[in-house]
Design a protein around this ligand. Structure first.
Ligand code: ME8
Length: 538
């Protein structure tokens, strides 16, 4: 290589390494949102679900080095909230304060680490909603006209005849009689954006996940879109954001609620841009149309890009596939489950059993069964047995693994544990959560089999197998350490307790990205008093 070429190469390398260094210095961002929930009733298992899944994704991404933001909260406007407040006998403010505190309490108890708890009644949000409406109005995208339609208060949406059951009721709210409404309202023209949205979906194959919901969305976009009604006359609904160009109207609740996703990150100030570029909405399948059709079009109407990803999940139904309802007596109350079994029991069941592309069954009995037989028998019990063995036979310390004491059984188990933890060391997708969680519990079976096969209680009896006994205990405890490190994304409370017993800490992530590794348990380290992580429940 000539001198000049070699200098150029050195320069290129320096530039490359400084770019890599710069990239390395700026952590990747992840902005995860949940729907904001209606406050016309108490928080239920479905609300708990989406917020817990969002928390698992946030913990996962922070563990592997991302900078993360998670928002959840309450949708406090609209007709059904207004009706619930009136029925409560409280003032609207008292009602909203009380209900949103209930939601916040459930998410706090579930260890959902949200960065921002949304309440659409907050003045900053309302001001931004009005600002966006004004922009659309000034751009001639909003028209006023009379409209007659069938309205479902449950969905807070006008319905086409084809959206309703044969009996004229909404499939998602069969107990409500839809209202026939004729009134003058403001409408957003959305058809002019349909082609651009279709192109966006074609250009971004990951926009909607999993695939079945993309198919559903494309079907929704296969026909011309009717103008979207974005107002309600105040004489019918007063709980909402007053329209900036007409005092007699409030903004349609969905139009107002969707905008939370950008007001939370301080739109239109510059700082919002980097977060918005990485925005992933977690939603149930019931709200695909509002998030997959209306929301991207609203954004395009103000020259903004659609969110990066819509991650959609199926619904929880009662045991036997029955819809949960008070009359059926099969409603699962998140507070009651947490009171009896702890928050990780609920998080575990949700993470392990939810399917993204299908409905899944839940009941107090199913949660209790999974808690006892999986968390208790497979995970907690092994920690207790191996930990207590080390406490009594190795002076309360983690034994030395000893030289030359590694055999094929150890290596096979260690490999299986590394493989089971691997999904948690990369960016997890919503749909992968149940499989990754199941992988960890399956590897607990392997750990239990290893422990039983190696029989440390026999090995300890003999002087010449004592070293092998120490190795078996070390391998078991070290594998448990690693499994709890991975599980800390799903079971933050009990994983922290378990790692504390082993004298280890939960991976912090951020600057120190978590990399699963073996032999990180300190031999000779003190073990804390081994308490029962998952006491048996009746
Ligand atoms: O739709 N299984 O609020 P919402 C799983 N305010 N998840 C469920 C569920 C179930 N059985 N039931 C509800 C609204 N969910 C609007 C949202 S966002 C800008 C406005 C979860 O109280 C799931 O995430 O009806 C679903 O999409 C959401 O709660 C609906 O909550």
């Amino acid at each position: 290589m000539r001198k000049r070429d070699s200098l150029q190469a050195v320069g290129a390398c320096a530039l490359l390494s400084s770019t890599v260094f710069a990239l390395w210095q700026v952590p990747m961002k992840t902005y995860i949102t949940t729907p904001i929930y209606y406050v016309n009733g108490a928080p239920h298992i479905g609300h708990a679900h989406t917020s817990v899944m969002a928390d698992i994704l946030k913990r996962n991404r922070i563990a592997i080095g991302y900078e993360g933001k998670l928002t959840t909260g309450c949708d406090e406007h609209g007709q059904k909230n207004q009706e619930a407040a009136a029925e409560s006998g409280l003032s609207v403010e008292e009602y909203l304060d009380g209900r949103s505190a209930e939601f916040r309490n459930v998410f706090d108890r579930l260890s959902v680490e949200y960065d921002y708890f949304v309440r659409t009644s907050c003045p900053e949000h309302k001001q931004r909603v009005a600002e966006i409406e004004q922009r659309m109005y000034d751009a001639d995208l909003i028209v006023k006209k009379e409209y007659s339609g069938t309205y479902c208060t449950g969905c807070e949406q006008f319905k086409k005849p084809s959206d309703l059951n044969d009996d004229g009721r909404c499939p998602d709210h069969p107990t409500l009689v839809p209202e026939e409404i004729t009134e003058e309202n403001y409408f957003l023209k959305i058809e002019p954006f349909r082609d651009a949205l279709l192109k966006h979906i074609a250009d971004h194959p990951d926009f909607v996940q999993p695939e079945i919901y993309k198919t559903e969305l494309l079907k929704m976009l296969s026909e011309p879109l009717e103008d979207l009604c974005i107002s309600r006359p105040k004489r019918r609904v007063s709980l909402g954001v007053t329209m900036p160009f007409d005092d007699d109207y409030v903004t349609y609740v969905w139009f107002d609620a969707l905008i939370n996703y950008i007001t939370n990150i301080n739109w239109p100030e510059d700082e919002y841009k980097a977060w918005w570029a990485e925005c992933e909405h977690l939603i149930g399948k019931d709200i695909l149309k509002t998030h997959g059709v209306y929301w991207p079009i609203m954004l395009m109407a103000i020259d903004m890009a659609p969110p990066k990803r819509l991650s959609v999940h199926g619904h929880w139904v009662g045991a036997g596939g029955l819809k949960m309802s008070k009359t059926m007596g099969n409603v699962v109350d998140p507070i009651e489950v947490m009171d009896n079994l702890g928050s990780d029991a609920l998080r575990y069941y949700l993470a392990r059993n939810a399917r993204a592309d299908a409905d899944s069954q839940i009941s107090v009995e199913l949660i209790t069964q999974a808690y006892n037989s999986e968390l208790g028998n497979k995970l907690g019990n092994l920690l207790s047995r191996a930990g207590k063995f080390a406490k009594s036979r190795f002076d309360g310390k983690v034994p030395e693994r000893g030289s030359g004491a590694v055999d094929d059984a150890d290596e096979q188990l260690r490999k299986q544990v590394m493989e089971a933890c691997a999904p948690f060391a990369k960016k997890l997708d919503l749909a992968e959560i149940p499989y990754a969680t199941q992988g960890l519990i399956t590897v607990c079976d392997h750990m239990n089999n290893y422990f039983a096969d190696q029989a440390p209680w026999d090995l300890i009896k003999n002087e010449d197998t004592k070293e092998r006994c120490a190795a078996v205990i070390y391998v078991t405890l070290d594998c448990l350490r690693l499994v709890f490190e991975a599980f800390s994304q799903v079971l933050p409370t009990t994983s922290a307790q378990a790692l504390g017993l082993l004298n280890c800490t939960v991976p912090t992530g951020g600057d120190e990205a978590w990399v699963p590794g073996l032999d990180k348990l300190q031999a000779g380290g003190d073990l804390a008093e081994i308490s029962t992580l998952y006491p048996r429940a009746a």
